[in-house]
Design a protein around this ligand. Structure first.
Ligand code: SF4
Ligand code: SF4
Length: 378
């Protein structure tokens, strides 16, 4: 395993981190059951392979992830790794923030969290709910002084540019962050450069596209013909070739997947400048194709019915342009159910037409939303 110094924390972290949001599971009577034994074996194998950064959250795996991770870290393993979890900022109460932390500590059966994240925040949430007198940020600083939180972190789900502003407003108290970055989505790259420059540790989620690049498609395979063993390889190499990213966090569900990703993290050289140029050229072409459908400019927003039109079209483009239909369908099914997708799906459109008047591309939004729903609903 390769290791890297995690920004100003000075800690040596593994370049591959285990995201514990898709722990091994099976289906029983139409329900997903998380397999504790296999999950613990996966975490132990990750440690054997040198992974030392483990990321969980209260809601992962039907709220079981923290408990399973806690059990896996028994027997002297806890001190050997860095544990990351998150606080869903449901309101601006410092007391509630502390209560949620206590619940996580109890579930994880530990006395401290190495990297404690404000979960999936926006700049607006940081200003109005977190960084207020006696609010979550001031409690986090107090708990850090007490050693319960070793490092204050945040995970980010907002428009590009706002991440840098959160860091500025954190006034040097924030040690690391977690954000989306992968072959298909490098919208955060400028903010990542800024964060790195400020000495923050940078972990990215979805390096293998949240699983969407897991199954090779021709579009992805064409990125590096001849040299590519799997889509995971090109996706991880792409992330590792960015010198401003420390950890690629991947949600892995099997030992096979873990071993493949660990081998890539271990052995793969960064992309050569030629390879990088080729990939960027292909990605630009794919983005151009995606832009023919929707450029993501957001001029059509807000929709009075609560649809996130550009996000819905992004999912449709995963199907149309990148051929990663299975991922697009799975993600579509999560709309309205996960904190970062709290909007309505395309079926909620009442065809008022307000959005079409504002779209510079003159897209037939209503017609395309119908097509999106028909294609992606399962
Ligand atoms: S046409 Fe549909 S998507 Fe557009 S603004 Fe009206 S309800 Fe929203
Ligand atoms: S205005 Fe048109 S191009 Fe821009 S995000 Fe909305 S649908 Fe896409």
């Amino acid at each position: 395993m390769r290791y890297v110094t995690y920004g100003k924390t000075g800690l040596e972290v593994s370049r591959l981190g285990l995201g514990c949001m898709r722990l091994p599971s099976y289906e029983k009577n139409g329900k997903t059951v998380f397999d504790e034994e296999k999950s613990i074996a996966l975490i132990h194998r990750a440690m054997d392979l040198g992974v030392n950064y483990f990321d969980t959250a209260p809601g992962y795996c039907d709220t079981l992830s923290e408990i399973i991770v806690g059990k896996a870290l028994k027997g002297g393993r806890r001190e050997k790794i860095f544990l990351s979890t998150k606080n869903p900022i449901e309101n601006d109460s410092g007391d509630d923030y502390e209560k949620r932390l206590e619940t996580s500590l109890k579930k994880l059966d530990t006395g401290y969290i190495d990297f404690y994240h404000f979960w999936g925040i926006t700049l607006d949430a940081f200003i109005n709910k977190i960084n207020i007198p006696d609010g979550p940020f001031s409690r986090a600083k107090k708990l850090k002084a007490q050693g319960v939180i070793r490092h204050i972190s945040f995970s980010f789900h907002d428009a590009p540019g706002n991440m840098a502003e959160i860091i500025r407003r954190g006034e040097g108290e924030i040690s690391s962050l977690l954000c989306q970055y992968n072959l298909l989505d490098h919208s955060n790259s400028k903010d990542i450069d800024f964060a790195y420059g400020e000495g923050l540790g940078v972990a990215v989620m979805g390096p293998v596209g949240g699983g969407r690049l897991g199954a090779p498609t021709k579009v992805i395979q064409d990125l590096l013909p001849g040299k590519l063993h799997s889509s995971a390889e090109v996706a991880l190499r792409y992330v590792f070739s960015n010198p401003h990213i420390h950890i690629a966090l991947s949600g892995m569900s099997s030992i096979e997947q873990l071993e493949e990703n660990a081998a890539i993290a271990d052995n793969t050289a960064p992309l050569t400048p030629d390879e990088q140029e080729r990939i960027l050229g292909m990605m630009k072409e794919n983005e151009r194709l995606a832009g023919l459908y929707c450029t993501g400019c957001k001029y059509c927003m807000p929709c009075p019915q609560g649809l996130n039109i550009p996000e819905l079209f992004t999912l449709m483009n995963y199907h149309r342009v990148y051929q990663i239909t299975e991922f697009a369908k799975k993600t579509y099914a999560q709309i309205g159910k996960v904190p970062w997708m709290m909007y309505k799906n395309a079926a909620a459109c009442v065809e008022c037409g307000v959005c079409e008047d504002k779209c510079p591309q003159k897209l037939p939004i209503r017609k395309q939303l119908k097509e999106t729903h028909k294609t992606l609903v399962v």
